[in-house]
Structure formats: C-alpha cells, structure tokens
Design a protein around this ligand. Structure first.
Ligand code: ADP
Ligand code: MG
Length: 269
C-alpha cells in the first residue's frame, strides 16, 4: 500500500484501556491482521508482560529471546526483535514477563517515558516501511501505557459491552489529557470500539446507547460481536481472520479495519 503522499513513517496506534479482559489483545491481533489483509504493512508491538498477543500470533516462548523490553532499552538490533508472523504483511515484537519489572527497573532512567517513542523512530525502522504500528497495552495506566501514549499518534479504546463499561473511561481520558499536556500534544483519540457485543442483550444495547450519547462520533460504527470463534482462535495461534475467515468476528474486525482506513484516507485527502 505504498502511497507517495503519505507522510514518512507508520501511523502508530495504542490500543488501551486500563480494565483487563475488555478485548485489547483480541482487537490488537485481529485489527492488525485485517489491516494486513487490506494490503498494509503492519507491526504489532506486544507491550503486555502477559504476552498474550505474542502467543496468539504463534510466537513460541522459546523464540522470544529478544522482546519488547530489549526494544525499549534500545540495545538490540531490530531484526532480532521483529518477528514475521504467518499472516502476510504482519510482524510482531513479542513480550515476556520480563516487561513486568520495567516500571521499577526504568525508574532511574531519565528518558523512561520516551523509550518506545525513540525506539519506533530510529532510522532502522524505515527499512520495514510499515504503514501501521499497533501497540497492545497492559491493563493498567502504568509507565508502559504512558510509553505507548507518548509513542503514538492516537489511542484506540476497546469498550466491553457490559455493566460499568463506561466507568474508568474518565480515568483513561484524564491520562490521555495529561500526556497531551506534557509530552505528546498531537495525541488523538482514534475511537472507541464496542467489543463482545450481544445484540440480543438489552445491556449491550444500553451500553451502546450510553457510549454514543456520551462520546458521539468517537464511537466506531462497527461493533465487534461476542463470537466463540474469536475466543478459540488464539489457542490455534491464529487471528480469527485466518482461523475462521467467514465467522461473524472475522467479518467485524475486517469492517473495523475498513472503517479505520476510510477515516485515515479522508484525513489525508
Ligand atoms: P484484554 O487484552 O483487554 O485483557 P482480551 O482481548 O484478552 O482482553 O479478551 C478477554 C477475553 O475475552 C479473552 O478470553 C478473549 O478470547 C475473549 N474475547 C475477546 N473478544 C471476544 C469476542 N468478540 N467474542 C468472544 N470472546 C472474546
Ligand atoms: Mg491483553
């Protein structure tokens, strides 16, 4: 998808919500694979010590010699941390539990909040010619998530269609505002995507209504349905778009990628 009018460097999107289990990793994997299907060159950075995105894309633990932690420290050749996946056009920087001590270990590092920003802007990355970098954030607003927000052009927020979904969103918005004021004034909100949506459930509809009333255009038209194929796919080390390409979940993630691309084309025009 090489576009001569595109500004140099990939578009970097943090996928964040400090709540666990809302669909960050699932969205990271399947939006990344859907963008790759559309012809984009995509890098997924696993920034969660749990390493679920790495496992979900089939990077075995024994193959994670170099990880996002080494990328942050800047002491590693990019070729050693960027793994190609089985999905054409999709690469991943895997994570392991070593990331969990980053908060403490990086405490004395003056540039600790800018490590991912700097790593993703080193000239060596240009050779990969990525169109998109997606960052799968951990379930907290810690130093890692702040690194992601400072490194990114925008934040994409998965919102689980359940009780208290909107609770906690104000905390996330506050953090985004703080990052804007201090370190990354250009940080935008890419959008909020409703995940695990069940159209037959009144609660899902209520959450959607609340989200659209409160957040307006920030909420993507595309909703990701609750779909068992989506939850099965990681144990086969595949995105759902490969595991079951015609499943409702795969179709929805493809729609989300198209909606995102359409927005970006509009902005660029
Ligand atoms: P997070 O990264 O925010 O902690 P995950 O993406 O790991 O959340 O999702 C939490 C759980 O919900 C996982 O077991 C995942 O398989 C499941 N899940 C996520 N999205 C869907 C969906 N659309 N349909 C069914 N299960 C889903
Ligand atoms: Mg996760």
């Amino acid at each position: 998808m090489s576009d001569p009018t595109r500004p140099k460097g990939p578009k970097i999107i943090a996928i964040a919500n400090q709540k666990g289990g809302v669909g960050k990793t699932t969205t990271s994997i399947n939006l990344a694979s859907s963008l790759a299907e559309e012809g984009c060159k995509v890098l997924l950075v696993d920034l969660d010590p749990q390493g679920n995105a790495s496992t979900g894309l089939g990077v075995d633990l024994e193959d994670r010699e170099y990880t996002t932690y080494d990328l942050l420290l800047g002491e590693v050749d990019l070729n050693d941390v960027v793994h190609t996946s089985d999905v054409s056009g999709l690469s991943i920087v895997p994570a392991t539990v070593d990331l969990s001590s980053a908060d403490i270990e990086l405490m004395s590092n003056e540039k600790r909040s800018f490590l991912l920003h700097d790593a993703l802007r080193q000239t060596a990355i240009d050779a990969y010619d990525f169109d998109y970098v997606l960052i799968d954030c951990p379930p907290s607003l810690n130093l890692l998530t702040v690194n992601a927000m400072i490194a990114s052009h925008s934040v994409l927020i998965p919102l689980q269609s359940e009780f208290f979904a909107l609770e906690g969103l104000s905390q996330l918005m506050l953090t985004i505002r703080e990052v804007r004021q201090t370190a990354n004034s250009a940080l935008r909100i890419e959008g909020v995507v409703l995940t695990m949506y069940d159209a037959r459930n009144n609660l899902s509809q209520q959450v959607e209504q609340d989200a659209r009333d409160n957040l307006g255009d920030l909420v993507f038209e595309t909703k990701i349905p609750r779909n068992v194929r989506v939850s099965e796919a990681p144990s086969f080390a595949q995105p759902v778009t490969e595991y079951d390409p015609s499943s409702k979940g795969a179709v929805a993630y493809r729609d989300l990628a198209k909606e995102l691309l359409a927005k970006h084309t509009k902005i660029a025009a």
